[in-house]
Each structure stands twice: as structure tokens, then as C-alpha cells.
Design a protein around this ligand. Structure first.
Ligand code: 13P
Length: 253
């Protein structure tokens, strides 16, 4: 499976800054034939940049969408609106959405269904908090998130879904899961997918690791057998470090 280098800009980058980043990346990609797949999770305002970017092999993702299709939901953005910009992906279930905006497993499940309905590919995030890991409950917690988030999602729909394992204690903290901790959880997620679906789904679903990935630690993480790439926050905000991550991913595919 090709390595996926997915950035998550979170709430960063003005429109000119986003434009500069993407045009700089297009310039870097000129004449290159990458094996890894590039995705940038950007604030909604940047999504129209998709139209020029995908030709260069840069795919954009929204960082959220509404669980509703349309209507009187002031301030919300629907999956159909995201799709109409040319964006291909949407990050759903990120721990910051769960923590600060009340996205429950049930709401996330609704959003995943709505995104799929509108032809978007969800990047579905799961991960435990520190206390859960200290209690040794991390696999149980992640399995429950998977069961609830993927409720009534068919094996065929699973072909459109990427999973991102993001231990909450490793996000923005500088503390990374060890490559072995990531591998153990990714293996456990795959095993659980084989129980919820079948071996084919378990093998074909890309599982990204997220949480303080940076050029210094990416080689080892990307090199783990069940890690198919990264969902990268801080280190995706500077073009040079994002490019370094791409180059490390190219070494592993
Ligand atoms: P950091 O890479 O900044 O830890 O963020 C990870 C993340 O939340 C990506 O979605």
C-alpha cells in the first residue's frame, strides 16, 4: 500500500498563506512521480484551491462537515458543499472535535454516512486519552470508537475510508507513541476490522498514525508494517518539513 502523507493544518493559515504553501508544493512536485499519496486537511476557506492542486497530486480534505444534508444550521458546512469544491476527503472524529465541539461517536457515525453519501472519503480518527492508556484500556477504547463510528457502514463503503490512529496524549505534546506502540495498536485495529468485516477490508484499509510526527521520527513510524502513513499537525504547517516528510515516505514505499 502506498504511504499516505496527510497534513492537518487545524485552525492555521490565512488564505494567502495557504495559497503560497500549495503553490510551493506544486512547484516542488513538478517533474516528480511520487509513489506516496499527499493529502492536506485544510480549513474550509482553502478548499477551492483543490481545483488546481489535484492535477499536481495534492488532494485536499476538509477537517469536518455537518451531519445534516442542508438547512437552517448557521455556521455549518455540509458534505455536499465540501464535495462541490473539488475536495476528495474529510477528516472526521478528530479528538479536538470530540473534546471541544461535542462530536460523539453517534454524531461522527452520522457525519461519516453523510460524507460517503456525498462522495467524500472520510479520514476517521480514533484514539485514547492518557488515563485510558495508563489503565491499559487503550485497545478496548479504540475498538468501541471503531464499532460506533462505523455502525451500519458496509464493506463496500469501507473501501472509501481511511482510519487515523491518534493517541490524544501524543497530539501537539511533542510526545510520540513509540513505533512499537503505534504498530501494536494498528495491528489491533486491523484485527478488529477483520472481526467487524473480513480479512479483505482489514488488509485494504489504510491506517495512519497521528501525534507529534515530525521529520526526526517519521522514518521509523512509516516503516512499521501496519502503519500506512501519517496524519500530521504541527510539522505540516511549514513547507520544508512537509516536504521532508514526503521524502521519508518515499523511502518506505
Ligand atoms: P501534531 O502532529 O501537531 O501532534 O497533531 C497531530 C494531529 O492531531 C493531526 O490530526
Amino acid at each position: 500500500m502506498n504511504t499516505i502523507v496527510a497534513g492537518n493544518w487545524k485552525m492555521n493559515m490565512t488564505l494567502p498563506e495557504g495559497r503560497d504553501f500549495i503553490s510551493g508544493l506544486q512547484e516542488y512536485l513538478q517533474g516528480k512521480n511520487l509513489k506516496s499519496q499527499l493529502i492536506l486537511g485544510v480549513p474550509f476557506i482553502h478548499l477551492p484551491l483543490s481545483l488546481g492542486a489535484s492535477e499536481a497530486g495534492i488532494y485536499l480534505a476538509a477537517q469536518n462537515c455537518s451531519e445534516h444534508s442542508s438547512g437552517a444550521y448557521t455556521g455549518e458546512t455540509s458534505a455536499q458543499m465540501v464535495q462541490s469544491t473539488g475536495a476528495e476527503y474529510v477528516i472526521l472524529g478528530h479528538s479536538e472535535r470530540r473534546q471541544y465541539f461535542g462530536d460523539t461517536d453517534e454524531v461522527i457515525n452520522q457525519k461519516i454516512k453523510e460524507a460517503l453519501q456525498q462522495g467524500l472519503k472520510p479520514i476517521f480518527c480514533v484514539g485514547e486519552v492518557l488515563e485510558e492508556r495508563q489503565q491499559g484500556r487503550q485497545e478496548k477504547v479504540v475498538h468501541t470508537q471503531l464499532e460506533r463510528g462505523l455502525a451500519a457502514i458496509s464493506p463496500a463503503q469501507m473501501e472509501q475510508i481511511i482510519i487515523a490512529y491518534e493517541p490524544v496524549w501524543a497530539i501537539g505534546t511533542g510526545e510520540t507513541a513509540t513505533p512499537q506502540q503505534a504498530e501494536t495498536m494498528h495491528w489491533s485495529i486491523r484485527k478488529h476490522l477483520s472481526e467487524l468485516y473480513d480479512l479483505h477490508v482489514a488488509e485494504k484499509t489504510p491506517i495512519l498514525y497521528g501525534g507529534s510526527v515530525k521529520p526526526e521520527n517519521a522514518r521509523e513510524i512509516f516503516g512499521m508494517p501496519n502503519v500506512n502513513g501519517g496524519l500530521i499537525g504541527g510539522a505540516s504547517l511549514k513547507l520544508d518539513s512537509y516536504i521532508q516528510l514526503i521524502e521519508l515516505a518515499e523511502e518506505t514505499v
